[in-house]
Design a protein around this ligand. Structure first.
Ligand SMILES: [Zn+2]
Length: 469
């Protein structure tokens, strides 16, 4: 079965054929850095990280561009309130986004262009559009003439006449009220750049066309973003880029939202859903598991309870891996990921528009059989389940032995290994105390561990410990 992906533009799941064999170029609309990210903001980063990892697992060399929109009305406005330059506020929030992507295990982009670093490319694109009579300047603003581009509205499935006017100022000076601003003339006190049409700053849409074109070329494989970007942002990107004569993106992919009480998660919910805050309550690897577990085109209703439940699911998988590793002797060579061990059904599910829920069902079934094999000490079967589970988790960026989870101090290995060694020292001392019938000392050790949430269990294979969550 060939890899197939849902393309918003054609509204079909269709076979993915790269433009250049073995290579994939992806442009993902990144953050407009107005504020630090909440869980909803970060879903697209995680969804497209899974796409990227699957393409890599399929042998593709992926160039992944995710931009930063570091100037817009709100950034300028809020920076004014804080009496700091716009770039200072933008940088602070950009760092919060980078931290969130990293803490959730997203691979760093191949390149992360900032809008304000690409003004010459935007001017060049606008000049080209004006030359081709798709753009026009009015007193320092530059607009895109939507009626000049046949097919405007096709991505979002709308007719021009049904669309509302674009909210840009100077409506009466526009050829059509739906024409959108590619460039905005400077208002007093605002940051600006010089252009052939006077001083001003870029509109959002032109930024992404210019940056995608610069790093991926006139035609590239996949353009992505959240569902809310289809209109007007992506519609306008298509209009600008195609009117300039570029073929632009072959596939348009959109992830659904994280919702709270059925609504798109928003800043008005306060700070408790900021990624920085959530990862204080929930292990980052478990938050990633939660975000990955739904299909990327399905809405995901957020609650701490839902994440906690997902966390339990992840810990069941992790627990199986830990116990089998122990049983297999714990050698580090066991932790090498072998992609050939992934079950065919798992690959088929991922090839079918990244059907993660089905792929996870395969994974959980392998874990279930692995646990049964573990209980009955059928070593070969358990070992196969261990390798398959590890290979599948790796595709999701959820390999518990990935050093990134260890460095976050969550359920990570490094910390676990140190704790394991310490607990074993104490368990040996307890065993020695029991051998010399010093039960008071033995109980004191067990009670001490119990108080910090470490439970000791005597099993046929010797004593083992678990951490109470
Ligand atoms: Zn964009």
């Amino acid at each position: 079965m060939p890899l197939s992906l849902y393309d918003t533009a054609s509204r079909t799941v269709r076979e993915f054929v790269p433009i250049a064999p073995g290579k994939v170029g992806i442009y993902l609309c990144g953050a407009t850095v107005q504020a630090p990210p909440h869980v909803g903001h970060i879903r697209s980063g995680v969804s497209f990280d899974v796409l990227r990892r699957w393409l890599m697992a399929r042998g593709y060399d992926v160039t992944f561009i995710r931009n930063v929109t570091d100037i817009d009305d709100k950034i300028i406005h809020d920076a004014g309130h804080e009496d700091i330059p716009y770039w200072s506020l933008a940088m602070r929030n950009e760092r919060a986004f980078s931290r969130a992507y990293e803490v959730l295990g997203c691979l760093p982009p191949t390149y992360e262009p900032r809008a304000t670093g690409h003004i010459p490319e935007m001017i060049e694109l606008m000049e080209r559009l004006i030359e081709r009579n798709h753009g026009y300047a009015v007193r320092g603003d530059v607009y895109f003439d939507v009626r000049s581009f046949e097919g405007y509205g096709s991505l979002s499935g709308q007719r021009i006449d049904d669309m509302l006017a674009s909210p840009d100022s100077a409506a009466k000076e526009k050829r059509d009220p739906r024409d959108f601003a590619m460039w905005k003339s400077a208002k007093p006190g605002e940051p600006f750049w010089q252009t052939p049409w006077g001083p001003g700053r870029p509109g959002w849409h032109v930024e992404c066309s210019a940056m995608a074109g610069k790093y991926l070329g006139e035609q590239f494989d996949i353009h992505g973003g959240g569902l809310d970007l289809i209109f007007p942002h992506h519609e306008n990107e298509i209009a600008q880029s195609k009117a300039a004569g570029w073929a632009f993106a072959n596939f348009w992919m959109h992830n659904a939202w994280v919702t709270t009480s059925g609504e798109k998660m928003s800043k008005s919910l306060g700070n408790s859903l900021l990624v920085d805050e959530v990862v204080k309550r929930i292990a980052p690897v478990e938050l990633r598991y939660y975000l990955v577990s739904a299909h990327y085109r399905s809405m995901l209703e957020y609650s701490d309870a839902a994440v906690a439940e997902a966390g339990q699911g992840y810990r069941r998988i992790e627990g199986f891996l830990q116990r089998s590793l122990e049983m297999l002797g714990g050698g580090s060579e066991l932790l090498a990921v072998d992609p050939a061990l992934r079950p065919q059904e798992f690959d088929d599910a991922m090839d079918n528009d990244l059907a993660v829920p089905q792929a996870l069902a395969v994974l959980h079934e392998v874990v279930r059989r692995g646990n049964a094999a573990l209980a009955e000490q059928r070593m070969a079967e358990m070992s196969a389940a261990f390798g398959a589970t590890l290979a599948m988790l790796d595709v999701f960026g959820l390999n518990p032995w990935d050093p990134r989870w260890a460095s976050e101090g969550s359920t990570g290995t490094q910390a676990t290994e140190v704790i394991d060694a310490l607990v074993r020292v104490l368990m040996t001392q307890r065993q020695e105390a029991r051998s010399r019938k010093d039960f008071a000392a033995a109980d004191a050790i067990r009670d001490g561990l119990d108080q910090i949430g470490i439970r000791i269990e005597d099993t046929a294979q010797g004593a083992r410990w678990t951490l109470e969550k």
